[in-house]
Design a protein around this ligand. Structure first.
Ligand code: AMP
Ligand code: MG
Length: 630
């Protein structure tokens, strides 16, 4: 039996993690993923199953944990590692439990193996890692790592008994057990990341991460879907709502379900101008035509109160209530003969039940007519009006501040000096944010200067829910940006496995004046738009409390496209109806990330998936549509 099959990995993420601000340590973005996922990857080859102990942000942990359970402590008000250990031992389906903190992305690959060997050799209950730490100027010192431990699952009753005495310290519990200490040479492997400064520093250091298997993106480039997931998981809807008259609510996000107070339609009515009758009176097959006597007339809004008897009918207009006893309507153009006060109908002209609209067939009283989170479109306004409702509760508008960075940028109206470009990103961002229904705060151009950038970010965080910047996040350019952002927020710099739009900064700015989510988009005009659509848009929609996905479809590509696997590419295309009406797509010429024309000519984006290589003309490709009808 392999060692792995006997080991359960316990990731300790239960602490308060206050040194990294309000964001949970394990969920910190780190080298393309989160800290806890690094720990999971490191433990996966060493354990049959993994469990995470966390006390806050459980859904976020669950989202990254996949199959692994995420369990909170049950020891009230403590949140120390022993409480995590208790829940871990209780869950542990195997003989042994291997523990590691959620912020130790470099833990040794042979941790379980070496701890186990010592445990067996010394007949111990617990094996702990030890390293030699050399402090500047001082003697090297033995450093015990009680949270990197291998324990027998059978220790649970002893731990319960120890905790029952009110004691809480891990080290002193271990003193009551037979402990094997195992010296590891690589002290760095046990390095846990405690502060944002450390996180940023390691983010930049060369990665000791395991090599990615062939076909996957380089270890340091994050897949688009993963970045989207990490971003979206952090977002929560803003709480404030407002009540607006129906028309003012167009394009706003519904804050409450709209429950229908009535049936729509409120009564059975006619879908046609014609004659209402009893279906049972229609002539059978082979029977002669039947003539009905017209006994009255029903208009929309003016019902006919008479009840037709056998052989009688009522002249009826579209939308008029179906008279009592009737269940079918013959549209007038299908009558065999219309007399002064009669109508004659042949067999088969209509089926019984024809042209009757049922009460409540559009909306039932008490049913949810529109669900919270819906972005109200024209049809929705109509639907709400059909219920007689004139005001709706919507989410307050999201406030989004944005600015462009770059010494080379000039505003419209300025002269274009040598080597300069007009700032176009603020216009595309204006358009995209306005379309999304945000309240925008245009902060202009910010020079490539640390003090100016810091001032702009501080000001933006005081006013906005989110901040969108363009430029200055590519490698090299971003060095001073990182330092500022480490000081006034938790922001990670990602390299994404995509084109265009490889660099992205994402995190939270927190100042005395307020906090805001930051999306640091790249500078190139097409990259700005693509990264906005892919990352900022879904995140902002979530903050707005909205449910929305981009419509994706498939089309036949009329030309060959060169592409290498390992990154997702977003090419600008024109989709149209091809032979037989099948959608086909071609590219809009040169696809450089600075060529905005490729975007203005396009009506869609062709998405070439990460694993995809070059495609031949005639292959099907995924396409994201720009505009919908409504
Ligand atoms: P950066 O990401 O700052 O290195 O910028 C990358 C490229 O995008 C450079 O060619 C910039 O001149 C260009 N760029 C950056 N910001 C803007 C902007 N607001 N409008 C137009 N081009 C920009
Ligand atoms: Mg720049």
């Amino acid at each position: 039996m392999s060692l792995k099959s006997k080991v359960t990995g316990l990731i300790l993420a239960g602490g308060r993690g206050t040194r990294m601000g309000r964001v949970d340590k394990g969920l910190q973005p780190f080298r393309g993923t989160t800290l806890v996922e690094h720990v999971m990857r490191r433990l996966a080859p060493q354990a049959a199953t993994i469990v995470i102990n966390a006390n806050r942000n459980l859904p976020q942990y669950q989202a990254v944990a996949g199959e692994a359970p995420v369990l909170p402590d049950y020891l009230d008000g403590f949140e120390g590692p022993l409480a995590g250990l208790q829940i871990g031992l209780q869950y542990c389906p195997t003989e042994l439990l291997l523990t590691a903190p959620c912020d130790s992305p470099f833990l040794p690959a042979d941790l379980a193996e070496r701890l186990h060997a010592a445990m067996q050799a010394q007949d111990a209950d617990v094996a702990l890692a030890v390293t030699m730490e050399s402090e500047e100027g001082g003697e090297p010192r033995r450093q015990l790592h009680p949270v990197f431990a291998l324990l027998k699952a059978s220790l649970l009753p002893q731990l319960d008994a120890y905790l029952a005495t009110g004691a809480r310290r891990m080290e002193s519990w271990y003193k009551s057990l037979r402990v094997a200490e195992v010296m590891f040479d690589d002290a760095d492997a046990f390095r846990n990341i405690n502060t944002l400064a450390e996180l940023q520093q390691h983010e930049r250091a060369p990665a000791p991460a395991p090599a990615a298997p062939a076909g996957e993106p380089a270890a340091d480039a994050m897949p688009v879907a993963e970045a989207q997931r990490i971003i979206c998981e952090r977002m929560t809807p803003v709480a404030a709502t407002e009540t607006l008259p129906l028309r003012a609510a167009l394009d706003r996000v519904l804050a409450e379900d709209i429950v229908s107070p009535i049936n729509v339609p409120a009564y059975d009515n006619s879908a046609m101008d014609g004659y209402a009758l009893r279906g049972a009176d229609l002539p059978a097959a082979g029977a002669p035509d039947a003539t009905f006597k017209v006994i009255g007339i029903a208009y929309a809004g003016r019902p006919c109160t008479q009840t037709p008897q056998a052989g009688e009918c009522v002249r009826i207009m579209t939308g008029a209530a179906i008279p009592p006893g009737c269940d079918s309507v013959l549209q007038q153009e299908l009558a065999a003969h219309i007399g002064a006060d009669t109508v004659t109908i042949a067999h088969g002209a209509i089926r019984p039940g024809a042209n009757r609209r049922f009460a409540g067939e559009d909306l039932k009283a008490g049913g949810i007519a529109l669900a919270k989170g819906k972005i109200l479109r024209p049809a929705d306004l109509g639907l709400v009006a059909s219920l007689g409702i004139g005001e709706v509760a919507v989410q307050r508008k999201l406030r989004v501040a944005f600015f462009s960075t770059g010494d080379e940028l000039r505003s419209l109206g300025d002269s274009l000096d040598e080597g300069c470009v007009y700032d176009s990103n603020r216009y595309t961002l204006f358009g995209m944010l306005t379309r999304l229904g945000c309240e925008i705060i245009d902060m202009g151009i910010v020079r490539d200067d640390p003090a100016a950038l810091e001032a702009a970010l501080r000001e933006a965080s005081a006013q906005a829910d989110a901040i969108i910047t363009s430029g200055g996040v590519s490698e090299g350019a971003a060095d001073y940006t990182r330092d500022i952002l480490a000081r006034i927020g938790d922001v990670a710099f990602w390299k994404l496995a995509m084109r265009p739009g490889r660099p992205l900064a994402f995190g939270q700015i927190r100042t005395e004046a307020g906090s805001a989510w930051l999306f640091g988009l790249p500078g190139n005009p097409v990259a700005v738009m693509v990264s906005f659509y892919l990352f900022a848009r879904p995140a902002l929609l979530r903050m707005m409390g909205a449910q929305s996905t981009l419509p994706m479809m498939q089309a036949r590509c009329t030309e060959a496209i060169r592409k290498r696997p390992g990154r997702t590419e977003y090419q600008r295309g024109i989709i149209s109806a091809g032979a037989g009406g099948e959608p086909q797509v071609r590219l809009t010429g040169a696809q450089g990330s600075g060529i905005l024309r490729s975007m203005t000519e396009a009506n869609c984006i062709v998405v070439l998936r990460e694993a995809q290589a070059s495609i031949a003309a005639g292959e099907m490709v995924d396409v994201l549509l720009f505009d919908g009808l409504v």
